[in-house]
Structures are given as C-alpha cells and as structure tokens.
Write a protein that binds this ligand. Structure first.
Ligand code: NAP
Length: 319
C-alpha cells in the first residue's frame, strides 16, 4: 500500500492545508490522527472530507509508527502533531513535553529502526529564540521562556543529532506565527476576531486583552505549508527559518480587524494587566533571507488578506 506522504497531525491548521496542497499536486497522502474518530472540521472547511484517508496512530508508541512506515513506505513524512499553544504549556508542561519531545524521539527512532530512507519534516517554533533583539536567523541566541519553547528546542536538537549521527534525512522548519481561518481557537488572534464580531453584533460588548505592544511576525499558513514542502523537496537537508520578516504589533493586528468590521477599536478594547505575562516575549521577528536564498520561497500574502479570510470564515460559521 505504497503512498507518497504521511502527515502526523493532519487534522490541525497546517496538516489540513498541507493535505490539500499535496492532493492538488496529485501526491498520494495518508493522514494520521491520535483519535479513531478524528476531528475533520478543518478538512471539511477546505472541502476535503471526501478525498482523505486518515488512520489512527500513536506517536507515543514507537511500534505504531514503525507499523505505519512499513505499511505505507512513504517518501516523505511530516510531523505537525503537537500541543501547539504556548499559553496551555504553562498549565500543562508535562503533557506538552510528551506531545513534542517523546513523539519526536519515537518518530526518529522508528525511522532509524526501519532504515527509513525518505525525508522527515518536523515543525519547530520561533519561540526558541524568545526575545529577538534583531530578526532571528538560524544561529540566533536561544532564549527559552515557556515549557512549549523548551520542548520545541529539545525536538530541534533531537532532529539535528539523528541527522548527523544516523544520516536520517530529517529537518526542522522553525516556524514563526502563521494564521488562517483554520487557526486553533486557543490563540489570541482568534480571540480578537471572535471578540470583534461580538462587538459588531452587540455594541455594548467589550474585548479584554493584555499587552497590545507585543510585536510578532505573522504569516499565512497556506504559504507556510508550501515552504515546508520546499524544505523537504530540497537536497540541502538544512534546518530553516520560515517567516515573513515583517514586524507587526498586536495593536496593529486589532486595528485591522476592527477596521474591516467598520468599528473603532478603542471603543471596544479594554486592557487588563491580569493578562500580562511577566515572561512574555515583547518582540519576535525572523529573518527570511537564508530560506529565500536556498529555496526561492518568499511570503507574499499580507496580514490584511489573512485577517479578511479569518473574519469571513468566522462570520459564515456564526450565520
Ligand atoms: P494545531 O492546529 O494545534 O494542530 C496540531 C494537531 O496535533 C492537532 O490537530 C492534533 O491532531 C495533534 N495533537 C497531538 N497532540 C496533541 C495535544 N496534546 N493537544 C492537542 N493537539 C495534539 O497546530 P498547527 O497550528 O497546525 O501547527 C502545526 C505544528 O506547527 C505544531 O507542531 C505547532 O507546534 C507548530 N507551530 C505552529 C505555529 C503556528 O503559528 N501555527 C508556529 C510555530 C510552530 P489529532 O488530535 O488529530 O491527533
């Protein structure tokens, strides 16, 4: 039952876009979910539910992964599975660690023991650079500020070690924040969009948020999954940073959302110090130049278009 690509974490934001992109390129794909009743909401939103093949698989069990590799013999594996929220990682450090570090180890070890010859992409995170004094490149100083960042850094080192020690064709894409209408509801960007829509419907509503001056590098999820494929298709086998290089404050993000809804943001947004984190990262921006030089990939979709899609999809869902 040979297949081209196996995606772990195929029901999430990136997994769903990646599935769609690969199908459009006529690749055969098997998606893996932890659940035997996977949540296919994102895949349905992309109108994919009919064409997909999702199997149940446990990344916490090395033998389960070996079984999947042996059965499907993919040429590429993407591991996008994780507890992906920094916020939740403060409350659930152990399960976050388990969902990132143990699973990375199991996938690497399963690949080694089955003598897997294909490429493996791991989803890393910009959180490993913490506060970025200048746009982060691959050699920037590591600055760990959350259990999530610690887990992603550990995973990055595991992948590097297995590549160097055992010649596995494994790479980490260090991803800066990327958004879409499929973005997990735990994230502040979704909270802002849902909150602003509530304000549109009821002018007495308020949206309570923390520090609006934090700066992030927000990209488009649909474009980032193309970047992931450029990495896995490249013979370079290098860890890369995937980002836009464009700094935007949370205040600017909010302004765009409210503008798109024809509302004055400062009539609705309340700042509450309770939502300020002492160890929050004030600036997180990446340097996309190396990845662009190596593969030609470049972020083209602007933040306003991403926000427009997110609003449109939320309005459709409510209606
Ligand atoms: P997502 O929407 O949250 O999806 C992640 C998927 O992982 C879920 O659909 C779930 O699928 C699976 N999963 C496994 N263990 C989990 C757990 N303990 N809790 C919750 N879900 C778990 O994430 P994403 O935004 O697509 O991100 C994909 C990958 O990129 C993740 O590794 C994330 O950490 C990383 N990343 C994302 C961003 C971003 O801005 N989106 C930035 C940097 C890094 P099943 O339940 O079907 O197994």
């Amino acid at each position: 039952m040979k297949t081209d690509v196996v995606i772990f974490g195929c029901t999430g934001q990136d997994g769903s876009f990646l599935y769609k992109s690969l199908l459009s390129k006529k690749r055969t794909v098997v998606g893996v979910s932890r659940s035997d009743k996977p949540n296919t909401k994102n895949l349905k939103t992309l109108k994919l539910a009919e064409n997909i093949n999702i199997i149940q698989g446990d990344l916490n069990n090395q033998f389960d992964i070996e079984r999947i590799i042996d059965k499907y013999q993919p040429t590429q594996i993407y591991n996008l599975s994780a507890q992906s929220s920094v916020g939740i990682s403060f409350e659930k450090p152990s399960s976050t660690f388990k969902s990132i570090v143990y699973t990375t180890q199991n996938l690497l070890e399963a690949s080694r023991s089955t003598n897997y010859q294909g490429t493996i992409f791991f989803a890393g995170s910009s959180e490993i650079y913490g506060e970025t004094k200048a746009p982060a490149d691959i050699n920037s100083k590591i600055d760990i500020r959350s259990p999530y960042a610690l887990a992603k850094y550990q995973s990055y080192l595991q992948v590097k070690l297995y590549r160097e020690l055992y010649n596995l064709k494994a790479v980490t894409g260090i991803l800066f924040n990327h958004e879409s209408q499929l973005r997990n509801q735990n994230f502040v960007t979704q909270k802002i969009i849902k909150g602003a829509i509530k304000c549109l419907r009821d002018k007495k509503e308020k949206l309570v948020l923390g520090n609006l001056e934090i700066v992030r590098d927000w990209g488009c999820a649909e474009e980032y999954v193309e970047g992931m494929q450029q990495m896995t298709n490249s013979s370079l086998l290098k860890d890369q940073i995937i980002c836009t290089g464009i700094p935007t404050t949370l205040r600017e993000f909010i302004e765009i959302v409210f503008e798109e809804l024809n509302l004055e943001w400062n009539e609705y947004v309340i700042i509450d110090k309770k939502f300020f984190r002492s160890n929050d990262i004030s600036v997180s921006v990446g340097d996309p130049s190396q990845f662009e030089k190596d593969t030609g990939w470049k972020a083209n979709v602007g933040l306003r278009s991403i926000i427009k899609k997110m609003i449109e999809s939320s309005l459709q869902e409510i209606n």
